[in-house]
Design a protein around this ligand. Structure first.
Ligand code: ACO
Length: 327
């Protein structure tokens, strides 16, 4: 049997503070009814001002390592998928490495926005398949609330903070990651962006005044591309693995909008009881949404050994990605 990677432990963490739609009604011109009808979101978690992306990552990672029975010193590599890292440098992965005491691990961040976790899964899977590393800690973590314009009702109602982590280990068995798929269309970069603070618009009084350090999104345009793209993506991912939609135990989608998720499930003729949902409680946690949802279904016993699960995501870049796993 050729070498494969298998997820041997999952963990997640969300901050304690809850911000519900009624709280948002007091901040911007919106309503609980509009938010639920257009997105499916009821509430989201918000980090404390001192809480960082590496803090959230640490809590999720400790649980994933415990579930896998792996000690921090055994980890060969740490990847943190994030677009809201503690600071531009060093990487949040290096900060997490110190906090965990994972002194034998290489560490780097990866930014593919909401598709980040699945991009990370693809990178980690290929490192394992190549025989480079045996044990990898992959985290998707975001503190979105510090990069949201709380005066912009078109974005501030959508996002939340959280972290999810998985431990990947080498295996020669039949269970594990069967395939990963990553894509991008940079022509549509301005559909979702955070324009300030990089080399194009370095931080200045002007970038602050123009609110360029906050997420901007063309929501409706993004919505249409997301639905079309994800429908094709999930069908192709199953096809290359010769797996029928009826053989799927669970779909674990990125949690941006319940209407996007329902459209994908409908294309697969999958009942919503077989779709992992957490955006009602956490909003869009970007790269954290899939590993949090995965951790929830694993801990609830909703997936059993040997079952097929399909993961898919869509986000800024634009980027999109998927993975098929035999659990
Ligand atoms: N409350 C009340 N009204 C609102 C709000 C709000 N919070 N936000 C927008 N509206 C208004 C708009 O101003 C507009 O009013 P108008 O008709 O008078 O102009 C109306 O509601 C409809 O706005 P749309 O943007 O057309 O609403 P839509 O149904 O498209 O829903 C949403 C918006 C929820 C953002 C949706 O388009 C969506 O989910 N898009 C995809 C997001 C996504 O998948 N992003 C990728 C991941 S994110 C990442 O990578 C960081």
């Amino acid at each position: 049997m050729p070498l494969k990677s298998r997820i041997t432990g999952t963990g997640s963490y969300v901050p304690e503070k809850v911000l519900d739609n009624f709280d948002l009604e007091k901040k911007v011109d919106t309503s609980d009814e509009w938010i639920i009808e257009r997105t499916g979101i009821r509430e989201r978690r918000i980090a404390e001002s001192a809480e960082t992306t590496s803090d959230l990552s640490l809590e999720a990672s400790k649980k994933a390592l415990q579930a896998a029975g792996v000690k921090p010193k055994e980890i060969d590599l740490i990847i943190v998928a994030t677009m809201t890292g503690d600071m531009p440098m060093p990487s949040t992965a290096s900060i997490l490495q110190r906090k965990l005491g994972a002194k034998n691990a290489g560490a780097f961040d990866l930014n593919a926005a909401c598709s980040g976790f699945l991009y990370g899964l693809s990178v980690a899977d290929n490192f394992v398949k190549a025989g480079t590393f045996k044990k990898i800690l992959l985290v998707g973590a975001e503190v979105m609330s510090k990069f949201i314009d709380w005066k912009d009702r078109t974005t501030c109602v959508l996002f939340g903070d959280g972290a999810g982590a998985v431990v990947l280990e080498a295996t020669s068995g039949k269970r594990g990651i069967l395939s990963t798929h990553i894509y991008s269309d940079g022509n549509l970069w301005d559909f979702i962006c955070l324009p300030g603070g990089g080399s194009e618009h370095p931080p200045s009084l002007k970038t602050i005044k123009n609110r360029m350090h906050f997420v901007k999104m063309k929501g409706n345009e993004t919505f249409k591309v997301a639905v079309r793209t994800l429908e094709k993506l999930v069908i192709n991912t199953l096809k290359v693995n010769n797996v029928k939609p009826s053989e799927l135990a669970m779909l674990i989608p990125h949690q941006a909008n319940l209407r996007i998720i329902s459209a994908t499930a409908k294309r697969l003729k999958l009942s919503m009881s077989r779709v992992a949902i957490n955006l009602d409680r956490y909003g869009n946690t970007s790269s954290a949404s899939i590993p949090i949802a995965l951790d929830e279904v694993v801990r609830d016993g909703r997936i059993r050994n040997g079952e097929y699960i399909l993961l898919e995501a869509f986000g800024s870049g634009l980027t999109w990605a998927s993975a098929l796993i035999k659990w």
